[in-house]
Design a protein around this ligand. Sequence first.
Ligand code: AMP
Ligand code: TRP
Length: 338
Amino acid sequence: MTGYSGPMRVLSGIQPSGGMHLGNYLGAIRKFVDLQHEYDCLFCVVDMHAITVWQDPAKLREQTFHIAASYLAAGVDPNIAAIFHQSGVRAHAELAWIFNCVARLGWLDRMTQFKDKAGKDKERASVGLYTYPVLQAADILVYKATHVPVGEDQKQHLELSRDIAGKFNHDFKVDDFFPLPEPLIKGPGARVMSLRDGTAKMSKSDASENACIFLKDDADAIARKIKKAKTDPEPLPSETDGLAVRPEAANLVGIYAALSGRTDAQVLAEFGGQGFGVFKPALADLVVDKIAPIGAELNRLEADPGYLAQVLEEGAARAAAVADPIVRDVKEIVGFLV
Ligand code: AMP
Ligand code: TRP
């Protein structure tokens, strides 16, 4: 962000393509709640990203409300941060087109998320899935956001956003017009793993329903999933070194640490030498304690879609008021008539 002197601003987004889970909460939403008191914040439901793969229209609307309700239930205050849907602010699509002409094919060819999501038959993937990271760069830079809280899987996309910002500034000779946005990834919970496989990230699309704790899971479901979580027969080590080759144990300790505000080492100082028969019930109690109230609030909010629609509409108007003058400047820089 070398010479950029504009205001500090935070933007992040989540796709309305499935239920919010513990990974989304620890990797992203929980950070939003803290950041709103420090920065000017915008939190988006990225419905335009969601349709890069097929979405049933009725479900898409429902999921959009679900993400908005998750932000609110976790503690994002709509009077402080703008909560809105991406398709409600036209500036995202306008800037994305211009960025499509800045980004290079070679850059997009390296994106691992495209390779993962497109699978073997990439000829049949949508063009939108390929240019997905370009739209993400537009989401961020249309507000000149300087900081982007995300989980670790978004690191490569953030690097691309920085490359696009840098190339735009360079090609049009407008030094520091766009900031080079900084990812905010570090911290416990940046990469929560599946409960069934400690080497795969926790994901809403996991085939096993026991792999993922959803924010809407009730206390019984949470306890059952943790009880069934894959582990090994050894007791927990007393030092973090002992977790290195035990991904499932490391994941459960990491979740405990992230939710209790302690380090892995502090958790092991308490539970080292104990078996999972002791640790799992303690973890289940902690997860229930922290997540079940959010789930209850989420259910309450989802029962009031009128309120959620109003939050999103007001948020979109606030966001557009920031983005529109920036897009106007971009158009002028590019040489469009404004
Ligand atoms: P997505 O649900 O893929 O749109 O992700 C929304 C946000 O949650 C992004 O910031 C992701 O980096 C984050 N996230 C998703 N899965 C995980 C996970 N298993 N651990 C930590 N963060 C995650
Ligand atoms: N690609 C992100 C994900 O899958 C979602 C996203 C879209 C995003 N636009 C963004 C995240 C802008 C941060 C900033 O999780």
